[in-house]
Design a protein. Structure first.
Length: 284
């Protein structure tokens, strides 16, 4: 769509987010200030005056590749030639928490800040499928799978306790809604809320991209950064993507009681970014 249309869409999204945050702040009455730990997910591009808050399972590998091209001083020209593993090496990109207070404030005030969000339950299912159903993710199976099976499976086999490789979506949901989980440690970034990762009510994002309109939004953003850019956002593998239909199927196995608990956990991500309550949920 034309640039002016895109501009309107993005103005509308920003206004909605501001309104939703104002309502949330009124209700929560807790005023908090950003601390350095809140800024771990904000990637800085000093050449172009950009801040990108990355959210896992929302095209963040491709955005990190793009940020490596933008910040790489000509070392990379095509995002797709950067291996995914390379995009996730922390030292390849600088995050805002590594600057001093004055430098942080300067960047928050003056840089173009952007974020990409996704329908919360599709993002959650995408994280589950990627981390718990792929054979190669043994580190996740060991670190989280064994724990989930130990605490949420009746009579687990010794092999399941040892490998943690066959966590069901139901067990994953039980683990998420168990109050003990969050008391013991923060959620892993792959299923942590966007609200907690990117603090959208404390940081005023200029562009709120949606996974559902990824290519248009990416094009709009790159156009703002480099009007004459030759940089194209990578087209990724769409065939294995988690869809609304697939999410509905997975949720059929979740009882209404746990659906409600899970919705409560992610409610702010739904309301702040204007995602409607999925029709497959039973919330009454």
């Amino acid at each position: 769509f034309a640039r002016s249309d895109a501009q309107q869409i993005h103005q509308h999204r920003r206004a909605m987010l501001n309104n939703n945050c104002a309502t949330h702040n009124k209700l929560s009455r807790k005023r908090r200030v950003l601390n350095a730990g809140d800024l771990r997910h904000l990637i800085v591009d000093d050449q172009h005056g950009l801040l990108y808050c990355y959210v896992p399972k929302v095209a963040c590998t491709n955005w990190k590749r793009v940020m490596m091209v933008l910040t790489g001083a000509g070392r990379y020209t095509d995002p797709m030639t950067i291996p995914a593993s390379e995009a996730h090496v922390a030292s390849n990109l600088r995050t805002l928490d590594s600057y001093g207070t004055a430098e942080i404030n300067h960047r928050l005030r003056n840089y173009l800040k952007f974020i990409f969000v996704r329908e919360p339950f599709e993002r959650l299912l995408s994280a589950y499928r990627n981390k718990f159903t792929r054979r190669y993710n043994t580190a996740f199976h060991k670190r989280y799978g064994t724990k989930i099976i130990r605490e949420h499976r009746h009579n687990p086999s010794p092999e399941a306790l040892e490998r943690g490789a066959d966590v069901t979506f139901q067990e994953f949901v039980w683990y998420l809604v168990d109050p003990k989980t969050r008391r013991e440690e923060p959620f892993n970034e792959h299923w942590e809320t966007v609200y907690s990762l990117c603090h959208p009510c404390l940081i005023h994002y200029d562009v709120v991209g949606h996974y559902e309109t990824l290519l248009q939004d990416a094009h709009y953003l790159l156009d703002l950064v480099e009007p004459d850019h030759r940089l194209k956002f990578p087209l990724s593998n769409v065939s294995s993507r988690t869809t609304d239909h697939m999410t509905a199927m997975f949720f059929q196995k979740i009882s209404p009681f746990y659906q409600r608990k899970l919705y409560k956990l992610y409610k702010l991500d739904f309301t702040l970014f204007n995602y409607s309550i999925p029709s497959y949920l039973t919330l009454h």
